[in-house]
Write a protein that binds this ligand. Sequence first.
Ligand code: ZN
Length: 260
Amino acid sequence: MISFQPGQAVSHAYILSAASPEERETESIHLAAAMLCESEGARPCLQCRSCRKVLRGVHPDVVWVDPEVKEHRREIKVGQIRAILADAYIMPTEAARKVYILRSADTMNLNAQNAFLKLLEEPPKSASFLLAVSNPAQLLPTVRSRCELLRRNTEPERPPESALRDAEDYLSACSEKNLTPRLRWCRDHENDDKESVLAFLQAALVLLTDKLGGENILPQLSEAEALGQTRRMEQALEYLRANVSVKHLMGLLSVPSDHN
Ligand SMILES: [Zn+2]
């Protein structure tokens, strides 16, 4: 369980990454208690009035945000983020801050993430955010970089090796002036199932994030190209979540954009 040392400052945004939904739930509650705990010692003390209210699920300054479910798709939408923004400027009821817990924050669509990014850029003083996710790679790098990442997985979350190899092949093909390797790659994958394309896109984002973070990989890509590809992969991920077919997606990925 995550806890704060005496005097340790509370950050305004955390990403809590854990594979199991139960663990995410338990850790989120524990972390929210730590963020609101009134103890002078290590937090959460689990004894004070505030901790007990959080644990009982009745603290008025803990706000849960759930994805909307429509036709089997779970998504946190931009309207929900705007509602948080409006609410975050209203002072907390009894604690020093309000804690917004976004359950399955990795289901935020691109618009929602962009709105959330604005919120993170100028966070209201009395609001803190806790983004519970199964896979932080589904959040925009710009969102990730503004949050403190707390992982509860013993294994680091890397996509499968096969997906990483696919991603490396695709990105290398894109860096070539000749379009043939890219077209061929996309054609070879147009009958892949949705799950493996999802893993491929996530793997590409992991590689690009590592590259932009200064790791010595994908030497053939410039920084501008890596950024361009990051946007492209995020958009493709968004299309895939919006049920665009794999065949159509591969068509889009086979065409160069401004940078790539
Ligand atoms: Zn406490």
